[in-house]
Ligand binder design. Structure first.
Ligand SMILES: Cc1cc2nc3c(=O)[nH]c(=O)nc-3n(C[C@H](O)[C@H](O)[C@H](O)COP(=O)(O)O)c2cc1C
Length: 206
């Protein structure tokens, strides 16, 4: 597929048919993800492919409980209903990929740590290069899914239950869950999306 078409026509898909996704296609998506530019070529990513319904349901249940707990603690009734809905639909996809990251610390990160800077200050001065690398990998994965006629959605809302999901998936330190990506044949056409005009997002210094 033409790269420009994939970039401009890919949309987040949140409803999927039950048709399974062959491993061959999943491998192709993850291989494309692995060719993303990444800090120091440290390849600080790992992809957990979850097809087992019971596991997807356990993850969804953990997220639901977390949203309910937050709402209970804050005395909310319906305030987070939309957010909760947007965190749960992955469980109905035939497959969901959990994207894990192993924090990457360059020599400069370690030097700043030795100087006494805290983690937030170091992140600010180092640009969270590991997390940026994960983002590049996810975009490659999404574009490849789209080129193969699959729908997918990059999801971080489920991370309110990151610790619980990591436990369900057997993720151990130093790995951290960074996103879920449900994938399947789209069950309906995705909603409208738009972008700001290019002149609104550019500052030229000439
Ligand atoms: C880091 C990140 C996290 C996202 N998390 C969610 C999510 O948890 N649930 C969801 O429904 N969409 C999520 N999205 C999808 C965005 O809502 C979507 O990309 C945006 O609205 C633009 O729509 P489009 O992808 O169809 O162009 C996420 C996207 C990104 C990049």
């Amino acid at each position: 597929m033409d790269l420009q078409k994939a970039i401009f026509e890919r949309r987040s898909v949140r409803r999927f048919s039950e048709e399974p996704v062959p491993d061959e296609d999943l491998f192709a998506m993850i291989e494309a993800a692995s060719w993303a530019p990444n800090a120091a070529n440290a390849q600080m990513w790992h992809f957990v492919v979850v097809k087992k319904k019971e596991v997807l349901e356990a993850m969804a249940q953990a997220i639901e409980q977390k949203f309910d707990q937050i709402s209970r603690q804050l005395g909310f009734t319906n305030e987070l209903a939309g957010n909760k809905r947007n965190a749960l639909f992955f469980a109905k996809a035939p497959v969901t990929i959990a994207v894990l990251m192993r924090p990457y610390e360059s020599k400069v990160n370690l030097a700043l740590k030795k100087l006494g800077l805290n983690q937030l200050e170091i992140q600010r001065l180092r640009g969270q290069a590991d997390l940026q690398s994960i983002g590049a990998a996810i975009q490659n994965l999404l574009l490849t899914a789209y080129a193969k006629d699959y729908g997918a959605c990059w999801m971080c809302a489920p991370l309110v239950a990151a610790y619980e999901i990591e436990k369900i998936l057997g993720v151990e330190e130093p790995w951290e869950l960074k996103a879920l990506i449900p994938i399947g044949k789209p069950a309906d056409s995705p909603g409208h999306s738009s972008r700001k005009a290019v002149n609104e997002i550019i500052t030229m210094i000439e």
